[in-house]
Design a protein around this ligand. Structure first.
Ligand SMILES: [Zn+2]
Ligand SMILES: [Zn+2]
Length: 351
């Protein structure tokens, strides 16, 4: 056998030519001279095979990934080492250098390549939605039968901004279109329903309260005929706060003082038994607000026995005997204590 290219007869033949001629023509990899990547000018998302992918990755990383995707390595090579380098940026064009080292037919060869990556700046669909004020959900932040305090409003604004920032990494529609400040509370217009739902749960973790959703049909998708909905999520804080007095009725009526409020429940202490009880938000309807914490008044212990404790009614100064319990045993005659009058009965409050 002789090589049709160089006439050599001593070398092994590969694909019809001698090994030397083959290696001379061989390239480790192929890469187009010009590579185009559509990127979003706002969030750096890039278009890949018709789909917008990832955002907030640095421009350099977009360029390196585009190079990696465009390189086709010859299947005959082994132990390839490819190094990529951006030589310089000219505007949105990156001049790149590729250094390739590989083993082919037992020989180590090294080759250099050049390619240009062009970043075509456009606006991705998510950013164009945000720019146009698109939103899927509105969170209505309210309080039940009272106005929200300034502190509560400030706190919720802070949580909304912080949480959306976090959610934006995974959901590009996790943005706030606007806050409408109304007399009864704040309306938060949120890009995606998915993130609005997560956000309202974070708010509930902080404040406790009742969530209710009501979808509203906005329009019809002309191509599919399906309805397009926007979701109003009402989030209401309870009427009462920590320290307030409530009545809870399930199988038995309990008068209690609220000691804690969290995302799942209200915790209160029964003023008759001094025992703790919890009420889940789904049972909020069974709670009646009685009085706020400031209605507790100071009084004095006037007498004490193993079974009862006597106090002065702070309004008419009559003495009242109340049954003793473990919480009151440490009180002594002459001590100050707090009482609250509910439905004409006095309750002594434990410290
Ligand atoms: Zn040859
Ligand atoms: Zn974008």
């Amino acid at each position: 056998m002789f090589c049709p290219e160089c006439g050599n007869t001593d070398l092994p033949m590969i694909e019809g030519i001698c090994k030397d001629c083959f290696l001379e023509k061989f390239t480790i990899l192929e890469i187009p001279e010009k590579i185009e990547v559509n990127t979003c000018a706002h969030c750096n998302a890039n278009l890949r095979e018709g789909k917008w992918e990832e955002s907030n990755i640095p421009e350099e990383e977009i360029i390196y990934r585009a190079l990696e995707r465009s390189i086709k390595i010859d299947p005959l090579v082994e132990d390839e080492e490819i190094e990529l380098e951006i030589l310089q940026m000219r505007g949105t064009i990156a001049e790149c250098y590729i250094d390739a080292k590989a083993t082919i037919l037992g020989e180590i060869i090294q080759q250099e390549f050049k390619a240009e990556v062009r970043l075509r700046k456009t606006v991705c669909p998510n950013c164009s939605k945000q720019n146009s004020g698109y939103y899927e959900a509105v969170i209505q932040f309210r309080a039940d039968s009272r106005e929200l305090t300034r502190e509560e409003l400030k706190q919720s604004n802070k949580i909304v901004n912080k949480t959306l920032k976090k959610l934006f990494d995974k959901d590009k529609l996790a943005y706030l279109v606007q806050i409408a400040s109304l007399k009864e509370g704040n309306d938060y217009y949120i890009g995606s329903y998915k993130s609005a739902k997560k956000l309202v749960n974070v708010l509930r973790e902080e404040f406790g309260g009742i969530i209710k959703e009501s979808p509203r049909l906005i329009s019809q998708d002309k191509s599919t005929g399906k309805g397009i909905y926007r979701i109003w999520i009402s989030f209401r804080l309870p009427r009462f706060k920590k320290g307030d007095f409530i009545k809870y009725t399930d199988n038995k009526e309990k008068i209690g003082v609220v000691t804690a409020i969290d995302g799942k429940k209200v915790i209160a202490i029964d003023l008759n038994s001094s025992e703790k009880f919890s009420i889940y938000w789904k049972d909020y309807k069974s709670i009646e607000y009685l009085k706020d914490s400031s209605s507790a008044e100071k009084t004095v212990i006037t007498s004490k026995s193993p079974s009862s404790i006597q106090i002065l009614d702070p309004v008419d100064y009559n003495t009242v005997d109340l049954p003793m319990n473990d919480d009151f045993r440490s009180l002594n005659i002459g001590d100050e204590a707090k009482v609250v009058k509910i439905e004409n009965r006095l309750y002594l409050l434990s410290k």
